[in-house]
Design a protein. Structure first.
Length: 277
């Protein structure tokens, strides 16, 4: 498998996220100390630290696909793909952990919320990022999550690949301007789509014949060729949602600069100093 390069919540500062395949654990020649490692690492906490320092990384990101294969996808928990031994090492290093949360309940899922709070309580030095606002792509996905998450005021969030104006507004309202970051999630956001909400879920409206069989994806719906002419890039939809949220909240120019760049820059520099001195 090829090594996949993703941009996500820290893309505003040029931070690269590396996703290793299981079969091919290798590093690209990247600028040192400017990346987060995403890999099915073997060998325990010591090996995690060795790989981070060898590559000049600032932390790790995990996916539910790295969980044991015998666990049904809907039942995967955060600690199934982020073992506590790894998290303990990240805590000791003051590293970044970018969390792509699992489960159908997304941000509001009680198991997700409990384990996020457990991470913050047991590993307070981790620089924890909740990617995509916890995959809260609709108002329904947000629910009452911030009643719990407000108890962890130092959490960071990114809203990459999130077009939900409500979710963006709420995360800024609750977490504060200094704890929210813009991200592109490229190359995914090169997709031509307009996202809508229906019955508590999201639907990506796409041009006909461009993205496979919509019958295989409940979140995909083709529109007419005429309607497709009005559909632009996913990235622009995300930026528009943030613009609307910023207007609703009355954000200042400085607030917007913080979200678009400064917060990610400060997070990166903090992790760099903690890990490498």
């Amino acid at each position: 498998m090829a090594l996949t390069i993703l941009t996500a919540g820290l893309a505003a500062c040029g931070l690269l996220l590396l996703l290793w395949s299981v079969a091919e654990a290798m590093l690209l020649p990247l600028p040192r100390e400017d990346a987060v490692l995403v890999a099915p690492l073997q060998g325990g906490a010591a090996e995690v630290e060795r790989q981070i320092r060898k590559g000049g990384f600032l932390g790790i990101k995990g996916y539910l696909s790295l969980s044991p294969k015998y666990i049904p996808e809907a039942e995967i928990r955060i600690f199934d793909f982020f073992p506590k031994a790894q998290l303990k090492k990240m805590d000791e290093m003051g590293a970044i952990v970018m969390l792509h949360i699992p489960r159908n309940g997304r941000l509001k899922d009680p198991v997700n919320l409990a384990q996020i709070m457990e991470i913050k309580q047991e590993f307070p030095n981790i620089r924890l990022i909740i990617a995509h606002i916890g995959r809260a792509y609709t108002k329904e996905d947000v629910g009452n999550a911030f009643e719990t998450l407000d108890q962890a005021p130092d959490l960071m969030y990114d809203f990459c690949a999130n077009c939900c104006e409500y979710a963006i507004t709420e995360v800024i309202r609750h977490a504060g301007v200094k704890h929210v970051m813009y991200g592109t999630d490229m190359p995914i956001l090169r997709m031509r789509t307009r996202r809508i909400e229906e019955n508590g879920t999201y639907i990506n409206l796409v041009p006909p014949g461009l993205y496979g069989d919509p019958k295989q994806d409940k979140h995909l719906r083709e529109v007419s060729a005429e309607e497709a002419e009005k559909i632009t890039f996913f990235l622009y939809e995300e930026l528009l949602a943030f613009k609307r949220a910023a207007k609703t909240l009355g954000l200042s120019r400085q607030d917007i600069e913080d979200i678009m760049y400064n917060n990610a820059h400060d997070l990166i520099e903090g992790a760099r100093k903690s890990i490498y001195g």
